[in-house]
Design a protein around this ligand. Structure first.
Ligand code: PHE
Length: 350
């Protein structure tokens, strides 16, 4: 009776194991036959009721059945594990012949691109690039530029002061006298010639202006300074005309309008004929045919003196342009804030 039960259980186990679809199912089958309450275990328990002379045979059959089931389970388990490994290997295969995934690469910010272009033009005209600090002292930002403490021209540039004497520079003009001092120092200590001076000084400047379409509390300027014997307003005009033509095209023109800056005398606003409409009037030039691009003038004698140069002996011109403003014209950008918001949808266009 027990032997028949055992044979039936063994047959069912064989079939179940052969048909099992996964490792989980094999685990369940092991429990069902060999576990504490498993069929085979039950048979073993039932042996107590047998006459003593039958026990050894039944005991042996139970052990054989147990071993047979263990062997089958082990075989199928190995088979399934191997198959799973093969599948994983096939799924995770690396095709080394495929082209690599390109790493996303950015590009220069449009303001940087325009700055590079302006620098290239002036380097081509024999200028060098000079730099000065963005956190500046009142002395260089104003006083040495002929703007004393109580001068009303200070109102032209609403400043961000850090202490009474330290501020964020409101323009790149402080680099003028900083550079003159450096050249005079090099002349004294190294015997270098302090002439000619031919520099541009690009960099960030700051004003206490609320941001709108054409103003930003932080913007980008480029200063220019030339000092030598016999420099005239003709040199100023010729240099800026050449600059405008290299930037906007050979057929543009410039005009100088009288203006006022404390550090230049005479001073001028410089306009370039509108490169978009050719001067006939359009939205970009507000129907005037001209677009203002920079402020300029002949370096004031006081500024030359403050820099250690003798205004009886040398003269010079200076100019300051807004890089952001030129970038807006070059790219047709109508709101300066676009340059600072870092929206990739905007920046990717350049
Ligand atoms: N520093 C002036 C400004 O920011 C521009 C300027 C520079 C004008 C040099 C004349 C000469 O408005």
């Amino acid at each position: 009776m027990l032997i028949e039960e055992l044979e039936a259980a063994l047959a069912a186990a064989r079939e179940g194991i052969a048909r099992a679809a996964g490792l989980d199912e094999l685990k369940e089958l092991r429990l069902a036959y060999l576990g504490k309450k498993g069929t085979i275990t039950q048979v073993l328990r039932g042996m107590g009721a047998l006459p003593a002379d039958q026990r050894p045979e039944v005991g042996q059959r139970v052990n054989e059945a147990r071993e047979a089931i263990e062997a089958l389970l082990a075989e199928r388990t190995a088979e399934m594990e191997e198959k799973a490994l093969d599948q994983r290997l096939a799924a995770e295969v690396v095709d080394v012949t495929l082209p690599g995934r390109p790493a996303p690469r950015g590009h220069e910010h449009p303001l940087q691109q325009v700055r590079d272009r302006l620098e290239d033009i002036f380097l081509g005209l024999g200028f060098e690039v000079a730099e000065g600090p963005e956190v500046e002292v009142d002395l260089y930002n104003f006083e040495l530029l002929n703007i004393p403490k109580d001068h009303p021209a200070r109102d032209m540039q609403d400043s961000l002061f850090i202490t009474d004497e330290i501020l964020l520079r409101t323009h790149t003009s402080p680099v003028q006298v900083r550079y003159m001092h450096a050249r005079q120092e090099a002349a004294r200590t190294l015997g270098r010639d302090p002439l000619p001076v031919r520099i541009i000084a690009p960099g960030w400047v700051y004003r206490n202006d609320p941001a709108d379409a054409s103003h930003s509390p932080m913007f980008y300027q480029m200063e220019g300074l030339v000092i030598d014997r016999g420099i005239t307003m003709g040199d100023l005009k010729g240099t800026l005309l050449e600059f405008a033509r290299r930037l906007y095209g050979a057929d543009v023109n410039i005009r100088l309008r009288p203006s006022y800056f404390p550090f230049t005398e005479p001073s001028a606003e410089v306009d370039v004929s509108c490169a978009v409409c050719g001067g006939s009037g359009c939205k970009v030039c507000k129907q005037t045919g001209w677009v203002e691009i920079l402020g300029a003038g002949m370096v004031h004698p006081n500024v030359l003196r403050n820099g250690g140069y003798d205004p009886e002996e040398v003269s010079g011109f200076a100019f300051g342009l807004g890089i952001d403003r030129i970038a807006m014209q070059v790219y047709g950008v109508e709101d300066i804030r676009n340059f600072f918001e870092n929206d990739l949808r905007f920046l990717r266009q350049f």
